[in-house]
Design a protein around this ligand. Structure first.
Ligand code: SF4
Ligand code: SF4
Length: 133
């Protein structure tokens, strides 16, 4: 079992893909998304992105990210912040962050307990520049 699997297993409930905004895409995210979709940035932007004051996000359709359809339809091209979720480093700072995130994400293994969860998350963060779930 991977370290990530010890503390998180996505149920594909889609909660993190819902709402009226999405995470923002940095330039590397934008390029990866274009590569995975096999489209130019102009095509991707017109079909899938919302750009406001230089902030690039995904469009929201019917209250969810344009790519959500019983799961993420651009999985390998999703923004790194999507890939990181829900193992956000702020969990290590405050148990309340752990509780808040676990309330919105049923994939978090709460049974392991906060201290053991943090030990594993810290190990993952030590070994990787960024968490990828
Ligand atoms: S990351 Fe969490 S909230 Fe998002 S789909 Fe998976 S289980 Fe649901
Ligand atoms: S890109 Fe995928 S994981 Fe990210 S919000 Fe959209 S559907 Fe969810």
């Amino acid at each position: 079992m991977s370290e990530v699997a010890k503390i998180f297993s996505c149920t594909r409930c889609g909660f993190c893909c819902k709402g009226e905004t999405t995470v923002s895409l940095d330039p590397a995210d934008q390029q990866r998304m274009c590569d995975v979709l096999g489209k130019s940035f102009e095509e991707v932007a017109s079909q899938f992105l919302r750009i406001t004051d230089g902030v690039v996000q995904m469009k929201v359709v019917d209250g969810h990210c344009v790519f959500f359809e019983e799961g993420c339809t651009v999985h390998t091209g999703r923004p790194w912040r999507c890939g990181e979720w829900p193992l956000h480093p702020s969990i290590l700072d405050d148990k309340n962050n752990f509780l808040t995130i676990s309330e919105s994400c049923p994939g978090i293994n709460v049974d392991i307990g906060y201290d053991a969860f943090c030990d594993i998350l810290l190990k993952i963060l030590d070994e990787n520049d960024r968490v990828k779930c």
